[in-house]
Write a protein that binds this ligand. Structure first.
Ligand SMILES: [Zn+2]
Ligand SMILES: [Zn+2]
Length: 172
């Protein structure tokens, strides 16, 4: 992390998801940071009950292999579903001026590319402007972690350990 600005982001997840976050497992953190760079914060995701072995569901992007939003993690222990990203509500564009979702998407459950298992340890990445928050009025700069430009989701299969990229979504 390059400076004070990013060390703030590293310890302040976007507010909508903060109650579901923890330190990500090292392999996932490294996978996300090596791919998306220094201006990205990463957090592991758990169910409100504490379970870290989660199913992942999302809507298929009509033109990309990536999932689009909303993206949901589902817990088999307590049957809770939690939204980890919704492009209509979260990220820079949603904060600034709203966002029009892609049409014609269908809900899809993520399976491991290697063994087809469907439980994962999950980590998010939030990428920020490499500058600072000069563009934000001071009141909004107070929660500048909500103004991420890209959202990433990667996961480790709990059965075979394969790391898969689930989503990379621009939201600015
Ligand atoms: Zn649960
Ligand atoms: Zn697997």
């Amino acid at each position: 992390m390059p400076d004070e600005y990013m060390s703030y982001m590293a310890s302040n997840p976007p507010r909508y998801v903060a109650s579901l976050t923890h330190e990500p497992v090292l392999a996932l953190r490294e996978a996300i940071l090596s791919e998306y760079g220094d201006y990205t914060s990463t957090f592991g995701i758990h169910c409100p009950c504490g379970n870290r072995k989660l199913r992942v569901q999302g809507y298929a992007h009509p033109e990309l292999p990536s999932l689009a939003g909303p993206i949901i993690v589902a817990c088999d222990l307590c049957r809770t579903e939690s939204v980890v990203f919704d492009p209509v509500k979260h990220g820079w564009s949603a904060e600034q001026r709203g966002f029009t979702p892609w049409p014609g998407t269908e809900l899809r459950q993520v399976a491991c590319e290697t063994c087809r298992h469907h439980l994962f340890e999950v980590a998010t990445g939030f990428q920020y402007d490499n500058d600072d928050d000069e563009e934000l009025p001071s009141e909004e700069a107070f929660h500048r972690q909500d103004y991420f430009l890209c959202f990433f989701l990667e996961a480790t299969c709990i059965k075979c350990g394969t790391i898969i990229e689930i989503a990379g979504i621009e939201c600015a």
